[in-house]
Design a protein around this ligand. Structure first.
Ligand code: HEC
Length: 145
């Protein structure tokens, strides 16, 4: 197997202002920009590997959502403009989070929020783990698009 040696010339285009007095003529050795082999755009950080699949049954989750979550998050998932619950429509970062994070948030609540912001009380006492997963599945399916 032959190896192809690719010589990568890094054009260190040091734009050093070397004695530019009034040298009208540009001695520019305009190297053709062979600099296209840039590194592939890095995957979006933070949520790159987030598991955003449906963690449960969205059909069962609809019932749970309407019974428990709707009061704060609203029928439209906007949380009354974020005044009473997370706005899933307006804040796409919410549902970009990994299932494990959302399950934890709903189960244990989100109490540590800046002053003036609404908190989410823990739902883990009133609901089973299954119901919480189903409700999150409903939220993802309904408001995640
Ligand atoms: C008493 C009001 C209330 C109820 C009931 C409630 N939530 Fe929330 N929820 C909130 C608030 C407020 C936040 C935003 C907290 C914050 O600032 O991070 C939130 C955040 C969330 C988040 C985002 C969590 C995160 O980590 O960003 C999810 C998902 C969620 N709620 C789902 C649910 C589901 C599913 C239910 C029903 C089982 C539910 N919530 C019930 C008020 C509520």
């Amino acid at each position: 197997m032959k190896k192809t040696l690719v010589t990568l010339l890094l054009a260190t285009a040091t734009a050093s202002a070397c004695g530019k007095t009034d040298a009208g003529g540009q001695g520019a050795t305009a190297a053709p920009a062979a600099n296209t082999a840039a590194t592939a755009p890095a995957a979006a950080p933070a949520v790159a590997n987030a598991d955003t699949s449906l963690p449960g049954d969205p059909v069962k989750g609809e019932d749970v959502y309407k019974r428990v979550c709707l009061a704060c998050h609203g029928a439209d998932g906007k949380g009354n403009g974020g005044m009473t619950g997370a706005n899933f429509i307006g804040d796409k970062t919410r549902l970009a989070k990994d299932n494990a994070i959302l399950i934890k948030s709903v189960t244990e609540g989100v109490m540590n929020v800046p002053p003036g912001k609404p908190v989410m009380p823990p739902q883990g006492a009133a609901l089973s783990a299954e119901e919480i997963k189903d409700a999150i599945a409903y939220v993802r399916k309904t408001f995640g698009g």
